[in-house]
Ligand binder design. Structure first.
Ligand SMILES: Cc1cc2nc3c(=O)[nH]c(=O)nc-3n(C[C@H](O)[C@H](O)[C@H](O)COP(=O)(O)OP(=O)(O)OC[C@H]3O[C@@H](n4cnc5c(N)ncnc54)[C@H](O)[C@@H]3O)c2cc1C
Length: 389
C-alpha cells in the first residue's frame, strides 16, 4: 500500500479533512500549482468557521447586518450589535487549512491531477498525472474533495448535484462607508434564481452575482449591478468566477470511496455557502476513515456511517433549505415585492435580526408566527416546511 488515504483536491475541505487524519499515511493531490488559487469564493462565513479551522489570521472584516433590496426598490435593513459573519481572505484561509494538514502528517502534492482509478482486491489503483508524468498509486481509501465537478464522485457513479449556480464577482477599489453591512439584491433583472451582493472588505468592496442555469452570462448581470450602484468608473482589482453545486447527490460513498464538500454538493441551498457545511462533513469523513483503518474495512456498507453522520448533523437543514430555495426561485418579482412589504415590518425585522447564516431555516417557524400573512405566498411548500421534522 502506497498510502492509506488519498484525497483528491487540495481545497479547504480536502486540507481540513487531512488535518483530522493524524496517525495514518495521507496524500493530497491538487491539480493546481498553488494551494488557495484561483480563488472562487466571496468568503462570507459565520465566526464558527474561523474557530473550526483555527483561521483568525484570514479575517478581513466583520458583518453585523444587511440591507435587502427588492425588485421594486424597497430596502429592508436589519442592523445588530453582534458579529453575524466575517469576511475572509480565502487564499489565506485555504493555506491555513493546508498548514493543518501538513502538521497532521499529510503529504501535499501540487500539479497533481487524479485521472482515474480501478478497484482490485479490496484496494484502489489510482492513476494520476503529477508534474507532467503519469503514475499510479495504491490506496485503501480515495476521498473526493475535488469540487463541484467531482471526478471521483462521477467515476464512482455517485450522481451529481441537483442544480448549479454560476457566480461572478469583482473586487472594486472603493471603501464602503458602512463597513458592517452587506447589501443583498433579489429579482429576475438582478440575479435570476439566486441573488447579488455588495460586501465591504475594508479598503475594497466585493460585488458579486449568482444566477441559476439558463439565464445567460453572469458577467452581464455583474456589469449591470456595478453600473446601477454607481460604481461603473471604479477600478476592478480582481475578478473571480465559479460554480456553486446545490442539492446533494444520491450517495456520498461507495466501496473504498467517499466524497465531501462541493464534490458532494454539501452547500447551503439558499446562500450557496459551502465552507461551514463542508468542514462539518469533513470531520465525519475523517472519523469514518479512521474507523475504517482500525477495522480494516473499506466496504460501502462500512463507509455508509459517514453519510449517516453528516445527514444527522446537517441533512435536515439542507433539505429545508431546498424547500425554501424552491419557493424563492418560483416567485415572480411581483411576489418578491409582496414578500418585501411583509418583511419590512418591525416584528419581521426583529426575527431576521436573530438569524444565523448557517441555519437560515430556523427562522421559518418564528417568522410565520410573527407574520402569518407570509404563508399565502407559498401555502403548500410552507406548510411542508412547518410540518417537517
Ligand atoms: C462565487 C462563489 C462565491 C462563494 N461564496 C461563498 C461564501 O461566501 N461562503 C461560503 O461558505 N462558501 C462560498 N462559496 C462556496 C465555497 O467556495 C465552496 O463551498 C468551497 O470552496 C468548497 O471547498 P472544496 O474544498 O469542497 O472544493 P473546492 O474549493 O472547489 O476545491 C476542490 C479542489 O480540487 C481540485 N481538483 C478538482 N479535480 C481534481 C483532480 N481530478 N485532481 C486533483 N485535484 C482536483 C480543484 O482544483 C480544487 O482546488 C462560494 C462559491 C462561489 C463559486
Amino acid at each position: 500500500m502506497d498510502s492509506q488515504i488519498i484525497i483528491s483536491g487540495g481545497g479547504p475541505i480536502g486540507n481540513y479533512l487531512a488535518s483530522n487524519l493524524t496517525g495514518c499515511s495521507v496524500q493530497i493531490m491538487e491539480e493546481h500549482s498553488e494551494i488557495g488559487k484561483p480563488v472562487q469564493c466571496t468568503g462570507l462565513v459565520h465566526p464558527r468557521v474561523i474557530e473550526l479551522a483555527n483561521a483568525e489570521e484570514s479575517v478581513l472584516n466583520a458583518i453585523k447586518g444587511f440591507r435587502l433590496f427588492f425588485p421594486d426598490g424597497r430596502m429592508v435593513e436589519v442592523k445588530t450589535d453582534e458579529t453575524k459573519a466575517v469576511v475572509i481572505d480565502r487564499c489565506r484561509f485555504d493555506n491555513i487549512c493546508c498548514g493543518g494538514a501538513k502538521k497532521a502528517g499529510a503529504t501535499i502534492n501540487t500539479d497533481s491531477k487524479i485521472l482515474n482509478f480501478k478497484r482490485e482486491n479490496n484496494e484502489l489503483i489510482v492513476n494520476h498525472l503529477t508534474n507532467g508524468k503519469k503514475s499510479e498509486i495504491k490506496t485503501n481509501l480515495l476521498i473526493g474533495a475535488d469540487g463541484y465537478k467531482s471526478h471521483v464522485g462521477n467515476c464512482a457513479g455517485l450522481g451529481c448535484a441537483k442544480e448549479i449556480v454560476r457566480g461572478i464577482q469583482a473586487d472594486l477599489e472603493i471603501t464602503m462607508p458602512d463597513q458592517n453591512i452587506v447589501e443583498v439584491y433579489v429579482g429576475k433583472e438582478v440575479a435570476p434564481g439566486f441573488f447579488a451582493w455588495i460586501l465591504p472588505c475594508g479598503e475594497f468592496t466585493r460585488v458579486g452575482v449568482g444566477i441559476s442555469k439558463g439565464n445567460g452570462i453572469p458577467s452581464k448581470y455583474l456589469d449591470r449591478l456595478i453600473e446601477k450602484r454607481g460604481f461603473g468608473e471604479i477600478n476592478r482589482s480582481q475578478i473571480y468566477s465559479g460554480v456553486i453545486p446545490i442539492g446533494y447527490p444520491k450517495s456520498t460513498y461507495a466501496d473504498n470511496i467517499m466524497i465531501v464538500g462541493d464534490a458532494a454538493a454539501q452547500t447551503k441551498p439558499l446562500s450557496g455557502g459551502g465552507l461551514y457545511t463542508g468542514l462539518q462533513c469533513a470531520k465525519y469523513a475523517a472519523e469514518t476513515a479512521l474507523d475504517a483503518i482500525d477495522s480494516n474495512n473499506y466496504s460501502a456498507a462500512f463507509l455508509s456511517a459517514y453519510e449517516d453522520k453528516w445527514r444527522s448533523e446537517i441533512g435536515k437543514e439542507l433539505d429545508r433549505g431546498m424547500i425554501v430555495r424552491k419557493i424563492f426561485t418560483g416567485m415572480s418579482d411581483k411576489k418578491l415585492d409582496e414578500a418585501g412589504k411583509l418583511l419590512d415590518k418591525p416584528e419581521a425585522k426583529e426575527i431576521l435580526a436573530t438569524g444565523d447564516i448557517d441555519y437560515p431555516s430556523r427562522l421559518a417557524r418564528p417568522m410565520l408566527k410573527a407574520v402569518p400573512s407570509l404563508m399565502k405566498l407559498a401555502p403548500g411548500a410552507l406548510k411542508t416546511l412547518l410540518l417537517g421534522r
